[in-house]
Design a protein. Structure first.
Length: 236
């Protein structure tokens, strides 16, 4: 673990804030500067968590070179790195038993599709699901996700190893690294629903879907009864 860094206290930094907006009250400014101090602390904590994640010891070597059906034919995990040292795989809730893909997974992938243009310059990315590849290709086209490679985990071997041992229809996110031809597991999201605080929806941290982070900026917040849908019925 890296040595603790010494920073100027967050409250001191917040007190130097020169921002003011028309007709704001002294109470608003005091509360906003107090919030600013917490935002500075949050940024620092996120940096500490990211540093701790990057410093993880080498993970376990993958037990097999997992086989998938890709959009262009059969492929192995070792063939998915596209010249990079790291691959990020999001496993979405879209098993063959589902009549429709998961709306929350779709919300996340819609955002990730745009991010992928830049992200794939640093790391390979892919989306896996248990549905047949033809179904995934149709979904990809319908939802407009051209920047995301889709994989069908036909056998379920990958899903049972790195997503859910019972092959349940749940989401997963894993990162793998390759060094001198050896592929190792680096990281997987491990926050289960049982780890949620009272009144909180199950989710990991930091939030991977910008939708929720953006809703945290509005007064109404995330709400308690609203979730993404596949179709809102709006006419463009």
């Amino acid at each position: 673990m890296a040595e603790a860094k010494s920073f100027t206290p967050a409250r001191e930094l917040a007190a130097s804030n020169q921002a003011h907006f028309p007709n704001e009250s002294p109470e608003y400014r005091a509360a906003r500067n107090a919030l600013l101090a917490e935002e500075i602390e949050l940024r620092r904590h996120l940096e500490r968590v990211a540093e701790q994640r990057r410093a993880l010891p080498p993970g376990g070597e993958i037990p097999q070179d997992f086989a998938f059906a890709s959009e262009s034919g059969p492929v192995r995990l070792s063939q998915l790195f596209n010249g990079k040292d790291t691959i990020m795989i999001y496993s979405m809730m879209f098993g063959p038993q589902r009549k429709a893909p998961c709306p929350s997974c779709t919300s996340f992938l819609t955002s990730w599709n745009g991010t992928a243009v830049n992200l794939r310059e640093r790391a390979a990315i892919a989306v896996s699901a248990r549905s047949p590849i033809e179904r995934l290709k149709e979904y990809k086209q319908q939802r407009g996700l051209p920047n995301l490679p889709f994989l069908s985990d036909t056998s379920g071997d990958y899903t049972r190893t790195y997503v859910n041992a019972q092959d349940a229809d749940v989401p997963g996110f894993s990162v793998f690294t390759r060094n001198n031809g050896t592929i190792r597991h680096f990281y997987s999201g491990e926050m289960s629903g049982e780890m949620s605080d009272p009144g909180q929806d199950p989710r990991g941290a930091p939030e991977m879907d910008p939708l929720w982070s953006m809703l945290d900026y509005i007064r109404e917040g995330r709400g308690t009864d609203w979730y993404p849908k596949l179709d809102y019925g709006h006419k463009d």
